[in-house]
Design a protein around this ligand. Sequence first.
Ligand SMILES: Cc1cc2nc3c(=O)[nH]c(=O)nc-3n(C[C@H](O)[C@H](O)[C@H](O)COP(=O)(O)OP(=O)(O)OC[C@H]3O[C@@H](n4cnc5c(N)ncnc54)[C@H](O)[C@@H]3O)c2cc1C
Length: 570
Amino acid sequence: AVYEQLSDLTQTTFDFVIVGGGTSGAVLANRLSAQKDYQILVIEAGPSHKGVQDIQVPFLWRSLIASEYDWNFTTTVEPGLSGRSISYPRGHVLGGSSSTNAMFYTRGSKDDYDRWARITGDSGWSWDELLPYFKKNERWSPPAEPRNTTGQFDPSVHGFNGSTFTSLYSHVQDIDARVISAAAELGDGYEYNIDMNSGDSLGTTWYQGTIGDGERSSAATSYLTDDVLDRSNLHVVLHTIATRLVASNGSSPDVPAFKQVELTGNGGQSIVSASKEVILSAGAIGSPHILLNSGIGDSKDLESVGVNPIVDLPSVGKNLTDHPMWNVSFLANTLETTDNFTTNATLFAQALDQWTTDRKGPFTNSVTNNVLWFRLPDNSSAFEDVPDPSAGPTSPHYEFIIFNGGSTDEPRVSTALVVVSPASRGELKLGSSNPLDQPLITTGMFTTPIDMTVAIHAVRSARQFFSAQAWDGYVLGERGPTAGATTDEEIDAVIRENSISIWHPVSTAAMSAKDATYGVVDPDLKVKKVEGLRVVDASIMPIIISAHTQAPAYIIGERAADLILQEWAA
Ligand SMILES: Cc1cc2nc3c(=O)[nH]c(=O)nc-3n(C[C@H](O)[C@H](O)[C@H](O)COP(=O)(O)OP(=O)(O)OC[C@H]3O[C@@H](n4cnc5c(N)ncnc54)[C@H](O)[C@@H]3O)c2cc1C
């Protein structure tokens, strides 16, 4: 059942209490409640996703940023971003960020996960062992606008019977053919890659999104369907914030248990208990925030804001890693840009009408039809003095997201550039002892020189890409902030002044090997030094993947469900 408010909840003890009905949390809620004997509570701060048009229509995802479906976080002053603070959206709705994101479906590379397996000493986190979970999560489907997709994806790497719909971009754009021609013309590094989700993502690829029949597919629409929500042993309470976990005696005096959760909702407070486990799936901001509020973290930091330290676990909130993004943009000889939907209300109404009537047209697309993934050349001098931060030869250093827009003043074609294997790290700390205050979030983006070296290289490579003959007569000259920046110093300054996050914070409750002296959770996702508590969401990634982060959030949920069910079945 779904409860709109905390006071509707009549039960206070459950087998499992899941904090956060987001991407990983919804997967867990589904899998654990499939066991009819288990009573499951899901606590979600946001409202339901149901009937919200901006969530359903793929093209409208941008309007969810800074809406009631967003936590609306802001970072602290960022040292690597010219001292700017940036907005930091996170989904605040059932389905979490999978209900508000740009729907890119990218798994990352084989090397990304094999590195996880090495760091944790658990081969269960390797690419080969996770591939079945990717397939279990996925329900590959044809694009909403029918066309021959042969040669645009590799069916052998996809799942066709899972929960979350994925598909290729739907609506063809006039720039698509030029992107493919430009890549073919340039060759080296731009090679066509039939499927970026095969474990090797490098090269020129077609967008795949968590979209089915022209509609967003989220963790809520795919794992919390009506029949799942109707299960009598599943309880989902909305509009309710988990503020703290309450410590009790564990099985030995020096290991406390954290099986009670303090909740705030509709003016009141209450405490719920898990007889088996509490599972934090509140995301890379929410989960470490709750741990810190509960006295689990760096004891000195906690004392400094007046929180009583209970478990000294200094890695909580540390290692925050994210992908910086900025644009390189060109004046374009076209009348067809996606900015027209912003400037022309009639066109917007027509496109929305087409989507509403038959789930076709430009609003079935997210933002791009082509995504390109690159490594710096093997002989690059960039790595003479510093280690290569990427996981290995199948992991890209940077990404292009090509889109036919970029300005509401003039027609443009642009690429968003993203550093996808960053070395920079940020952190999340408490600013006060009030659990309802925002945490202090610092992404740390561009605080290591190697990330800027990659970024400057990426800008030059974007200029090379758009100077290919395939763009003759279409691309009319660079515009926007990077135009005119030629020296490394000039490009560096423009990047720092204009980069934002592509909203992929991870690693704030990082997994490490069982005997490691750092890290927050062990390879079974159990919080170290305590009992009865796991973290299951994007915060457990030991190192960020070189891709967008929702696909791993889904399979972290899938694998965790198996680990938990196996443990309690024993
Ligand atoms: C604007 C945006 C665009 C993005 N675009 C893409 C993309 O195109 N492709 C991609 O792969 N990734 C994208 N991402 C990232 C991706 O969506 C996330 O990495 C992933 O969904 C995270 O899953 P999660 O389970 O860790 O957290 P979430 O899905 O964010 O779930 C956390 C849930 O916990 C709830 N919660 C938090 N704190 C509390 C609390 N104290 N009490 C109760 N509930 C709480 C939240 O409301 C939320 O529902 C994007 C993210 C954003 C914000």
